[in-house]
Write a protein that binds this ligand. Structure first.
Ligand code: NAD
Ligand code: TYD
Length: 355
């Protein structure tokens, strides 16, 4: 049994990873999360009483706090997910993206390196710093082709530029200092507990609320969709078995235009929760001004994950999307607390002194 730091563990993907590690391994998980608007401990309500889950409400930019956590918990590795993650927010205000994604990753790398340097040789060898990144660092594809581990970087939004910068830092720390790092670049995730600013949950919740479904531009942009639990399984595999210094591209092999995504969601909703007053949810589709600099197409070639680590997604887009819609329909409390802002009080109400 060893201790792992997971940063950003109260977020969408981080909470799925924490849940997987607690359910399916012996690791103690120290969940380091500043609880920004995107952090929601209610997403880990079922793990609140698990003795192997230690929550620390810490900013990854706070070096002294990180040093204290490393000294106290002596982790065998770090899986780093904490980030500002929404492209639209990065376009309106990039400061927090530079601070957390770039500076925060630097501070975390330095804290990890200082701790790692002082470890006995065997623990130095087995230590891992796994940085979780996005396919958006590779820029935008035309109608054909896909991103792989050898694709050159070409980030084009403030979000993707901040993530690309952090990827470069992580690789530099491996090359220069020998810190045993891993980098994963994953395509768009969807699934339960995603903050409803992102396409899939926004469309589900707007549809059932009778609100417009805002589609940027013509809805022709393509994303490669991966169910969040498949990403969590991939992260665990890379962390435990990935080659030091290597990069792994993770994707769902499920390219869809945004219009296809919205139409599929409408069809599932019509089955699971027919529209009040009849008609189709598609009638709520509204074409709005395009996102500035909107990348046309992302797609991942995940051959290396399959070949070297035996990973492939368990969900396809149809099954994953249906599970996701069903989850949002069945979890009115989680949704209501996010919409009212109540979710931000989960820590003091439910965790007391257990942080
Ligand atoms: P999210 O926005 O849902 O969660 C981010 C978490 O990080 C939140 O809990 C937030 O409170 C925490 N956080 C933010 N700033 C922090 C700071 N300074 N210190 C400590 N904690 C902080 O994001 P997500 O969608 O779960 O993404 C997780 C990671 O995966 C990110 O690094 C993102 O770039 C990457 N990623 C996301 C996707 C996707 O489709 N969502 C795809 C590929 C990669
Ligand atoms: P998003 O979920 O923000 O993820 P990302 O920008 O990281 O890919 O958006 C997914 C796609 O959906 C993207 O092409 C932008 C588009 N989109 C809309 O058309 N309308 C919306 O309201 C949102 C949030 C996104």
């Amino acid at each position: 049994m060893s201790t792992i730091f997971v940063t950003g563990g109260a977020g969408f993907i981080g909470s799925a990873l924490v849940r997987l590690l607690l359910a399916d391994s012996d690791h103690v998980v120290v969940n380091i999360d500043k609880l920004t608007y995107a952090g929601n401990l209610e997403s880990l309500a079922d793990c609140a009483d698990n003795e192997r889950h230690i929550f620390s409400p810490t900013d990854i930019c706070d070096r002294a706090a990180l040093d204290a956590l490393f000294a106290q918990h002596q982790p065998a590795g770090v899986i780093h997910l904490a980030a500002e993650s929404h492209v639209d927010r990065s376009i309106h205000a990039a400061g927090d993206f530079i601070q957390t994604n770039f500076v925060g990753t630097f501070v975390l790398l330095e804290a990890a390196r200082t701790y790692w340097n002082a470890l006995p040789q065997a623990q130095r060898d087995s230590f891992r710093f796994h940085h979780v990144s996005t396919d958006e660092v590779f820029g935008s594809l035309g109608p054909t082709g896909s991103f792989s581990e050898t694709t050159a970087y070409d980030p084009r939004s403030p979000y993707s530029a901040s993530k690309a910068s952090s990827d470069h830092l992580v690789r530099a720390w491996q090359h220069t200092y020998g810190l045993p790092t891993l980098v994963t670049n994953c395509s768009n995730n969807y699934g339960p507990r995603q903050f409803p600013e992102k396409l899939v949950p926004l469309m589900i919740l707007n549809a059932v609320a009778g609100k417009p479904l805002p589609i940027y531009g013509k809805g022709a942009n393509v994303r490669d969709w991966l169910y969040v639990d498949d990403h969590a399984r991939a992260l665990r595999l890379v962390f435990e078995r990935g080659q030091v210094g290597a990069t792994y591209c993770i994707g769902g092999n499920a390219e869809r235009t945004n219009i296809e995504v919205v139409d599929t969601l409408c069809a599932i909703l019509e089955e699971l929760s027919p529209r009040r007053g009849g008609g189709s949810y598609r009638e709520q589709k509204t074409f709005v001004a395009d996102r500035p600099g909107h990348d046309l197409r992302y797609a991942i070639d995940a051959t290396k994950m399959r070949r070297e680590l035996g990973w492939s997604p368990q969900e396809n887009f149809a099954t994953g999307l249906r599970k996701t819609v069903a989850w949002y329909l069945a979890n009115a409390d989680w949704v209501g607390h996010v919409q009212s802002g109540e979710y931000r009080h989960w820590l003091e109400r439910n965790y007391g002194n257990r942080t």
